[in-house]
Design a protein around this ligand. Structure first.
Ligand code: TYM
Length: 344
């Protein structure tokens, strides 16, 4: 297959309650990849409206995610930070992909089943088509690498299937337009480290999520030191001491989760954590975790608040990023139109 220039793309929904899972599973990876790649980071507001969002809340959430990106260390001058709705090509390519993807593929998406719940007939058509828009987000930049948490794996596989089918269905036209044997790369998910699936602090069998009604289930990036301490102290655990080996975490989802969180915040592995804390009881381990979490998350929360106070700055970052993203996206759409046979 053709060689593609390496490029990173990823997105975060502006649906409020940005939490430790988003940070450890995705945003810390976004930050690290800036050293080695050209990166495009998107606030996916078109995805957010697949479920109802009050307009004023949506606007504030878009700015909150942008502030979180910047406060975490993403540099919007060296890389691209923008919101999806300012680049119309995302929606345009998503329509093309709606005509490439098969209904059978979308019927297998577990996230749709979870989010639509029992009343599937009443879910929006957008919620169902959500993954084709996600494929368009990535492929409109012909991005090759996509850092995400574990829960997005199936959507990434679908993106690869769509890219592959487009390349196959239009192979003759792709070649005759000078793009060789493939127009789209098959984007690779980057799902790595000890915290690719951070679980709820109240229930180790449930993912930490923005929509959990209990605020005690998650550490929000906006939490202050007191809130962090309270939530970690109240986190569910079991009565045993921490094991010294990974095998001892089997069947102990809450212990496993807290060890994974500690490891990720400390930039180490679960093995390192157990080497240090094996045999410790939870109250000692939790105290160390509070200290670490406050040390790492406290400054980010404070910086987020500061940035959120400057709306003009945030909006200027998003406009500048959108202008730069649009140039790249428009190039892809021109080629896609030629490949499809549209007159332009
Ligand atoms: P979203 O907004 O739900 O989550 C943003 C990122 O955070 C990761 N994540 C987690 N990682 C570890 N543990 C958790 N508990 C946890 N919860 C969330 C997600 O995996 C994600 O990486 N569909 C995407 C947004 C999107 C996107 C894209 C991503 C739209 N277009 C294109 C990549 C490429 C989503 O809903 O993420």
């Amino acid at each position: 297959m053709a060689k593609f220039v390496e490029r990173v793309f990823s997105g975060v929904q502006p649906t409020g309650n940005l939490h430790l899972g988003n940070y450890l599973g995705a945003i810390t990876k976004f930050v690290a990849l800036q050293e080695t790649h050209d990166c495009i980071y998107c606030v996916v507001d078109l995805h957010a409206i697949t479920v109802a969002q009050p307009p004023a809340v949506l606007k504030s959430n878009i700015r909150e995610v942008t502030a979180a990106f910047i406060a975490s260390g993403i540099d919007p001058r060296k890389h691209i930070v923008f919101n999806q709705s300012q680049v119309a090509e995302h929606a345009e390519l998503a329509w093309v992909f709606n005509c490439v993807a098969r209904i059978g593929w979308l019927n297998r998406m577990t996230q749709f089943k979870e989010k639509a719940g029992k009343d599937r007939e009443n879910a929006s058509l957008g919620l169902y088509a959500y993954p084709t828009l996600m494929a368009a987000d990535i492929l409109v930049y012909r991005a090759t690498h996509v850092p995400v948490g574990e829960d997005q794996k199936q959507h990434l596989e679908l993106s690869r299937d769509i890219a592959q089918k487009f390349n196959n269905d239009f192979s003759d036209s792709i070649a005759s337009n000078g793009f060789g044997d493939a127009f789209f790369p098959l984007p690779e998910p980057l799902i790595q480290g000890p915290a690719t699936r951070v679980m709820s602090l109240r229930d180790g069998s449930k993912k930490m999520s923005k929509s959990d009604p209990s605020d005690y289930s998650r550490l929000n990036l906006s939490d202050d030191a007191d809130a962090i301490a309270q939530k970690v102290r109240k986190a569910k655990t079991d009565p045993d001491a921490l094991p010294s080996e990974i095998a001892g975490l089997a069947g102990r989802p809450e212990a496993d989760n807290l060890v994974g969180i500690y490891a990720a915040l400390n930039d180490g592995s679960k093995e390192d954590v157990l080497r240090e804390f094996g045999g410790a009881n939870f109250s000692n381990f939790k105290s160390a975790l509070v200290d670490l979490a406050v040390e790492k998350l406290g400054p980010i929360g404070a910086e987020m608040k500061r940035i959120q106070g400057d709306i003009a700055y945030i909006d200027a970052v998003l406009k500048d990023g959108s202008d730069r993203a649009r140039v790249l996206a428009a190039q892809t759409m021109t080629s896609v139109k030629d490949i499809l046979g549209f007159v332009r």
